[in-house]
Design a binder for this molecule. Structure first.
Ligand SMILES: NC(=O)c1ccc[n+]([C@@H]2O[C@H](COP(=O)([O-])OP(=O)(O)OC[C@H]3O[C@@H](n4cnc5c(N)ncnc54)[C@H](O)[C@@H]3O)[C@@H](O)[C@H]2O)c1
Ligand SMILES: O=C(O)[C@H](O)COP(=O)(O)O
Length: 537
């Protein structure tokens, strides 16, 4: 749905570069900046917000989301979304997006700065001079050239850090299981992939560049710290929580590790007596990784552009919980989204009991254009909205809601496109499959059309009031239905019917208004009618 900027309330919760605010203004939006505002001001802003912009300071919890009932999108001006409860946002149908590329180089450069500073005791030397001492005793460093650096997480930042370190003459190896799974090997010349254990055991320096997730939390455990090469140094410009901080203190105290440089801590800001703060062998910086003018400007501009694209075109660029897609693709898909929403509505209303299995297949040109996932999700969301869920079901929360209800979404059997340039088929079945409904549709001249419903080939404009029957296939059924509807003043615009086998048939009557209960009861009582339902599409 496209909205004009005047309709959209954008709330900026953390410091955002002025050029980002200016970009919002250029796009016609008037963001409300609530950094440092009183709680009641923030709460009032949240109550009306359609979009939030945050960095790492604001914690987007379920409670915060509950204060923002109109919220559609949370944009993290930066990479890590560990400060956003993505599951809670997803459940509420809120898109969560980040701006992943703007601070890549800047953060890699900070990791490099920490690496060099740590190797050569730069902060300790500076502290000594500030305290009036001009001597180098105990500040003997180590050369980087010829040393081995282990990069944990060879993504955007890890790759830049790896290449820059090669430029310093270091031998670089990396650990990244997701990269390994692609089977393509290392994307960087001269950077071999290794297991985490091998990397830790053989590297003189280790730098972390992985996101904080349930899988990575505490990955540099006590056991792993003590399995590192004696005298090694560790750098963390990714996230606190990756390293067991208590064990790190022990590994340093025991002389097993020579030093650590940390831009991030498990708790930020740290308590006054944090054991890693204030040591000569540890450098701690206050989450400075993305703090360069260039990076902050880039992530702020990206935030404005991404939120603008969401409101203008419904495009969820860099969403972590929704499919993306270019404006062109979404424009191309628009009539198909309309079609699948009507298919979902049809199936949701036809089913007498909760659907447990939904099989969707997308054939032909529309599949080749991409966006199959959009179509599947839009169909599912529409089906759920017609199966007891409210209007807040959307492509973001539909999979979670479906899973919670035990509804499986599967790819259906590939049966070709039946001669149509593009065709979408959907079958919805109840548990055990004893109740199953089918619809296939396409788009003609930009308009949605159902071409097969249940077992009958039709040419049905899926709009407005519709009666669907299952009846014994004998003469006079259509006449009897028409006579009774006519007597109630209901006009039949179009009637189509066909045999569905074993002496049964189905009819589809497009009518001009909803029959009341009395009329429906009369139709149900007609002798050949086995089942009749009213739907509004
Ligand atoms: N200090 C800062 O200010 C700052 C700035 C930017 C980013 N960050 C942090 O750095 C992280 C990385 O950013 P990025 O842009 O490079 O992200 P990215 O997604 O491009 O790269 C992350 C890489 O980690 C890999 N990975 C995931 N789980 C892993 C595991 N268990 N072991 C090894 N590798 C694993 C992924 O496959 C991916 O290649 C972010 O998630 C963020 O938390 C910190
Ligand atoms: O993940 C990120 O992008 C960094 O941690 C940056 O955090 P910041 O926006 O608070 O500087």
């Amino acid at each position: 749905m496209t909205r004009s900027p005047g309709e959209c309330r954008i709330v900026v919760c953390d410091e955002l570069h002025a050029d980002g605010i200016a970009r919002f203004t250029e796009l016609g939006y008037e963001p409300q900046v609530v950094v440092g505002a009183a709680p009641e001001v923030i709460h009032a802003a949240l109550a009306e917000a359609h979009a939030l912009v945050v960095r790492s300071a604001t914690k987007v919890t379920a409670e915060l989301l509950d204060r923002a009932p109109a919220l559609e999108v949370v944009c993290r001006a930066g990479v890590g979304v560990d400060n956003v409860d993505v599951a809670a946002a997803t459940e509420r149908g809120v898109v969560v997006m980040n701006t992943p590329t703007g601070n890549t180089v800047t953060t890699a450069e900070l990791a490099l700065a920490l690496l060099v500073s740590l190797a050569r005791n730069v902060p300790a030397g500076d502290r000594r001079v500030r305290s009036g001492q001009w001597n180098k005793k105990g500040l003997m460093g180590t050369e980087l050239s010829g040393k081995r650096l282990g990069v944990v997480g060879l993504g955007r930042i890890g790759r830049v850090a790896a290449e820059r370190a090669q430029g310093l003459g270091m031998e670089v190896i990396a650990h990244d299981p997701y990269l390994e799974k692609t089977g393509k090997g290392s994307p960087l010349h001269g950077v071999a992939l290794a297991s985490l254990d091998e990397l830790l055991q053989t590297c003189d320096f280790v730098t972390l560049h992985v996101p904080l997730t349930d899988e990575t939390r505490g990955m540099i455990s006590r056991e792993r710290l003590f399995a590192m090469k004696p005298g090694a140094r560790i750098i963390n410009a990714a996230r606190g929580g990756l390293i067991d901080e208590v064990a790190l203190v022990e590994a340093l105290d025991a002389g097993h590790l020579a030093g650590a440089a940390l831009d991030v801590l498990a708790q930020e800001p740290p308590g006054a007596d944090h054991p890693l703060v204030g040591r000569d062998d540890v450098i701690v910086t206050p989450h400075l990784g993305a703090s360069s003018h260039e990076a902050q400007r880039a992530v702020a501009l990206d935030s404005a552009d991404q939120i603008g694209a969401w409101f203008a075109d419904g495009v969820a660029n860099n969403a972590v919980n929704a499919p993306a897609g270019s404006p062109q693709l979404l424009r191309q898909l628009a009539p198909w989204i309309d079609l699948v929403e009507r298919m979902g509505s049809f199936l949701g209303q036809r089913a007498g009991e909760p659907i447990k299995k939904l099989e969707v297949t997308v054939h032909g040109k529309v599949a080749e254009a991409g966006g199959v996932e959009h179509l599947r999700l839009a169909l599912l969301a529409s089906l759920l909205r017609h199966q007891g869920f409210d209007a807040s079901v959307n492509v973001v929360n539909a999979p979670t809601l479906a899973a919670g209800r035990g509804l499986q979404v599967l790819e259906g059997e590939s049966e070709g496109s039946d001669g149509y340039t593009s065709l979408i088929r959907a079958r919805a079945s109840s548990r055990g499959g004893e109740e199953s409904h089918f619809v296939a549709g396409t788009v003609f001249g930009g308009q949605p059309r159902f071409v097969r419903v249940e077992g009958v080939y039709v040419d049905l404009a899926p709009q407005g009031h519709l009666l669907v029957t299952r009846h014994r296939d004998r003469p006079g059924v259509l006449g009897a239905l028409g006579t009774n509807l006519g007597a109630a003043g209901i006009n039949v615009h179009r009637a189509q019917l066909g045999a569905i086998g074993a002496g049964h048939a189905s009819a589809f009557l497009s009518i001009d208004r909803q029959p009341d209960d009395e009329v429906m009861a009369r139709l149900e009582e007609l002798e050949p009618i086995e089942e009749i339902s009213y739907l509004f599409l």
